[in-house]
Design a protein around this ligand. Structure first.
Ligand code: HEC
Ligand code: HEC
Ligand code: HEC
Ligand code: HEC
Length: 151
């Protein structure tokens, strides 16, 4: 369905779960990592996890829209990092063992579907809106390369 929308609307549709989640819906990367230690360890050494070091003080809300996880710029960021939930969706409702084993249920509770190149690219492009540093952005770049999903 998102695939049939014009790009601007598809972006809005992709962002909708973030816009609708309230502050209590976020659980934080450490909570995700308690059950996904390999992904946590792989992610912790990426620029996404370490972006806090770019800023001397807490960044402005407009920066936290991309350098943070949560509701910025409209609301509060829960962390100065591109955390698990910045890509996978606010997780308090789905981050339980029995729910996560049932993929349709987890998706219904707010986990974002990143399984196709198009869905994945839409997620990345919330923040990677244009090429920087003179090189094109690659939405297939590994983000926490621990499994067969990421070459
Ligand atoms: C209480 C343990 C637990 C917590 C906390 C947890 N998960 Fe999971 N997660 C699981 C289990 C179990 C699976 C299913 C693994 C399987 O089927 O092989 C899973 C699967 C997943 C998958 C793969 C889903 C799929 O079908 O492709 C993703 C992505 C994921 N979790 C992300 C997260 C994120 C992000 C968080 C934090 C918001 C989180 N998990 C918190 C236990 C947990
Ligand atoms: C639309 C999303 C977005 C917003 C808003 C944003 N950034 Fe970034 N920023 C990025 C991305 C994506 C990168 C990584 C680019 C890359 O590696 O090619 C980045 C990289 C950076 C870097 C690394 C240095 C560099 O140029 O590579 C700094 C510093 C930075 N941003 C500061 C800021 C500040 C300060 C603000 C607020 C005024 C801000 N950013 C707002 C997405 C954003
Ligand atoms: C920059 C975006 C991004 C971030 C940040 C991120 N992930 Fe992922 N994650 C992905 C993508 C994309 C996939 C592949 C999804 C697919 O192909 O279905 C994935 C896959 C997964 C899977 C499925 C198994 C695997 O390893 O491929 C789990 C579990 C998972 N992520 C957990 C986490 C946890 C826990 C964190 C935080 C410590 C995290 N992710 C941070 C984008 C991200
Ligand atoms: C919430 C915003 C956000 C999302 C979503 C996001 N990123 Fe990023 N990404 C950033 C920011 C900000 C940086 C720069 C961090 C820094 O260097 O301080 C970055 C950096 C990167 C880098 C390192 C670039 C370099 O030159 O070192 C890669 C690779 C990357 N992102 C890939 C992805 C992929 C692939 C996805 C989608 C699966 C994705 N990102 C989703 C915000 C995001």
């Amino acid at each position: 369905m998102i695939g049939k929308l014009p790009p601007a609307l598809a972006m809005v549709a992709a962002l909708a779960p973030f816009a609708l989640a309230s502050q209590r819906d976020w659980t934080g990367s450490a909570a995700c990592g308690s059950c996904h230690p390999a992904e946590l360890a792989a992610w912790q050494i990426t620029p996404h996890a370490m972006t806090r070091s770019r800023f001397a003080a807490r960044p402005e809300a407009r920066c936290l829209a991309c350098h943070g996880t949560g509701e910025a710029p409209a609301g509060r960021a829960i962390a100065v990092e591109v955390g698990c939930e910045a890509c996978h969706g606010a997780g308090a409702a789905y981050a339980e063992d029995d729910l996560m084993r049932d993929r349709p249920v987890a998706l219904a509770l707010g986990m974002l579907d990143l399984s196709t190149p198009k869905l994945r690219a839409a997620s990345c492009m919330q923040c990677h809106t244009r090429a920087t540093r003179g090189k094109p952005f690659d939405p297939t770049a590994p983000v926490h390369p621990v499994s067969k999903v990421h070459p």
